[in-house]
Write a protein that binds this ligand. Structure first.
Ligand SMILES: *Cc1c(COP(=O)(O)O)cnc(C)c1O
Length: 360
């Protein structure tokens, strides 16, 4: 199967499995796991922060960050399509008791002016605004890159108004590789950053939250409270560490494969794709109004090509570690054949059972 549904579908490579098998481990709740400690130190240094803490998922690193930055009744500001707001099961309300104020961005990106307009003056009637969250690259924004200059302008507004700034960096590595901006430089304006090892980097499990020593100490208590304290976690941290060391640079291949895919899709009759919007490894494309995205997805699944319907006439394809340039060409051939078949006059439009919709 050429699986383009997500960059989370990757399998550990043989070399990664070997590293995992040999990893020294200990009880991480007691601070004894050398592999977890090495991963946390490595990621903190890479992002230019004092400390890091390893957790099972990016949802947990984001939600622990929210909890550690706020108190119940506070308000956080984030973009209306943000993963934290859209795909984390109501976590901000359930786990931190915070209110979300939303800014409508352009494909997930908003400006310092937008933020300024969303701020409230002090008044005892109002909730206290505490935190601003950005997402880079932006998932529902189509893998869009948050410009560093705008992040600096937003960070200045935060500083002027005593607000903390958190980054949901599940695909932070893609932003760094695509722009050539170093991890430390891109992380510098943020108080805290969440990064995932299990997306494009291809590790089986885990994310890290990075920030100041005092903040990470506080976050460790909430990780424990949320059930994220793990014992011999070096077994999974070894995969994350391997991915961090060996799979960051190769994200450039995913990006060039995404360009190749997008250009190929644009040439297929009936498919619309905006090439300007393809900035990293995510490719969103549209079918004609008369052809449900689920129909195309299920026809392609039968031919061994996985794509994800995300709206009635929109599909998502994500290039990843398991997909070569030759696979992209094979997938394009199958998409072209299927589109021709579905659009031929003898082919009545039919409804098909959709593959499960997941948007990670
Ligand atoms: C996948 C993702 C997460 C959450 O990661 P999980 O490990 O699946 O919980 C957070 N933010 C963004 C933008 C993501 O794409």
């Amino acid at each position: 199967m050429i699986d383009l549904r997500s960059d989370t579908v990757t399998q550990p490579t043989p070399e990664m499995r070997q590293t995992i098998a040999q990893a020294p481990v200990g009880d991480d709740v007691l601070g004894d796991d050398p592999t977890v400690n090495e991963l946390e130190e490595t990621v903190a240094v890479l992002l230019g922060k004092e400390a890091a803490v390893y957790m099972p998922s990016g949802t947990m690193t984001n939600q622990v960050a929210l909890r550690a930055h706020t108190e119940p009744g506070d308000e956080i500001i984030l973009e209306s399509q943000a993963h934290i707001y859209f795909y984390e099961a109501g976590g901000p309300a359930a786990l931190s008791g915070v209110m979300c104020k939303l800014i409508d961005g352009q494909r997930g990106i908003f400006t310092a002016t937008d933020l300024q307009a969303a701020l409230r003056p002090w008044n005892e009637h109002y909730p206290r605004t505490k935190l601003v969250c950005l997402e880079n690259t932006h998932n529902r924004g189509g893998g869009s890159i948050f410009p560093l200059s705008e992040i600096y302008a937003i960070a200045q507004v935060c500083q002027d108004n005593d607000l903390r700034l958190h980054l949901d960096g599940a695909r932070f590595w893609n932003a760094c590789v695509a722009t050539g901006i170093s991890e430390a430089e891109y992380a510098a304006p943020f108080d805290t950053v969440s990064v995932c090892f299990s997306k494009g980097l291809g590790a089986p499990v885990g994310s890290a939250l990075v920030g100041s020593k005092a903040f990470i100490q506080r976050a460790r208590r909430f990780r424990k409270m949320f059930g994220g304290g793990m014992r011999q976690a070096g077994i999974i941290a070894a995969g994350a560490l391997y991915a961090l060391r060996h799979h960051r640079d190769r994200l450039a291949t995913d990006h060039s494969n995404a360009q190749r895919l997008a250009q190929g899709l644009q040439a297929i009759d009936g498919i619309t794709v905006n090439l300007d919007h393809v900035q990293t490894n995510l490719v969103y494309f549209d079918t004609p109004n008369t052809m449900p995205a689920t129909t195309l997805a299920s026809e392609l699944a039968a031919l061994g090509v996985g794509v994800l319907p995300t709206a009635p006439n929109t599909l998502r394809a994500v290039t990843n570690l398991m997909v070569s340039q030759a696979d992209i060409d094979t997938a394009l051939d199958k998409i072209a054949t299927t589109m021709a078949k579905l659009q031929s006059p003898s082919m009545p439009a039919k409804s098909a059972t959709a593959p499960a919709v997941s948007r990670y």
